[in-house]
Design a protein around this ligand. Sequence first.
Ligand code: NAD
Ligand code: TYD
Length: 340
Amino acid sequence: MRLLVTGGCGFIGSNFIYHILDAYPDDVVVNLDKLTYAGNLANMQRAENEHGGKRYHFARGDIANFEFVSYLLKEQAIDAVVNFAAESHVDRSIADCSPFLQTNVLGTQNLLEASRRAGIGRFVQVSTDEVYGTLGPEGKFTEDTPLAPNSPYSASKAAADLFVRAYVETYGLPALITRCSNNYGPYQFPEKLIALMYLRASEDQTLPVYGDGKNVRDWIYVADHCRGVDLALRRGRTGAVYNFGGNAELPNIDVVRTILSILGKPESLIRFVADRPGHDRRYAMDYRLAQKELGFEPEYDFTRGIRETVAWYRANGDWLRGVQDGSYLEFMDKWYGGRL
Ligand code: NAD
Ligand code: TYD
């Protein structure tokens, strides 16, 4: 299969491309990435070294650029598109949501339109549990849970999902949607909870925990998510939505304490800071449809996943230092301000 993977220089996209290159010796991957602050060419160095110009091709560009996307789809004889490209951080969407509309909504619609005109055989939209809003103490999100996004980020992802649905219904585009819970693992940008807490704890800096620290996320190791997207790509039904979760519901404070304990750092580094506006209380995924139709099962429990994640960050200090450029420090300073 010849795949166009968008956002392949980001966290999940780069893990996904390695999964494909390692698991399918006949597949070819074209990685379309704009290289925003979250996109890092260094993530794909091994792919370039081992498969560059043969099974792996990089194209810098914007999913919202119709001419360029159309050219790539034709020139590279693409069979299927997997769309990871997005603005992905809730806090940044609260600070300024315009890039979220531009990429997540307009960019996705553009990719759908170019794929439709090129006659693409499979389109996978990588979405999130956050489109369902928030849960109380009981229950889980199913694929039938109504969309009720609470942040500008999740609103933009929900809008994109609705465009995918419209392209299936109106034009018969062979598209489907995957919705996943919170990922963690190698190459995650140190703005999301686990990567940020590792970075700060390892440097003996304070750890900003929003509100009472009891918001719950359902953590999935990134390799499990990538296998799920791959299963949906190869076995999924057109028009379907598939939830993926990690069976690891944890309050944020427990996650932070676990990282401190692995690193042997004191809990006195924790700072409870002003809550995120519109902060969803709890996410949990019912992924029985993906079990039944795709044979999906997460393989990592949280204990194993977090140990491997910390080990990866420890072994990749250069990567972690490399991504903390001026724009990163500027955002951190502006967002957390006096809260740290
Ligand atoms: P990320 O922020 O690490 O990476 C996003 C990538 O997209 C970057 O390489 C960036 O350069 C690229 N990009 C941004 N705008 C682009 C554009 N206009 N054109 C081309 N490339 C562009 O994100 P991530 O955490 O890897 O998330 C990937 C996808 O998975 C997103 O769609 C996100 O909504 C979804 N998702 C993420 C999580 C999570 O926990 N991180 C959970 C569920 C779903
Ligand atoms: P995050 O990694 O931003 O993912 P999302 O908001 O998409 O779930 O945040 C995960 C949880 O951690 C969320 O409940 C917010 C919380 N959080 C903090 O308490 N402090 C922080 O500095 C960050 C970034 C997140």
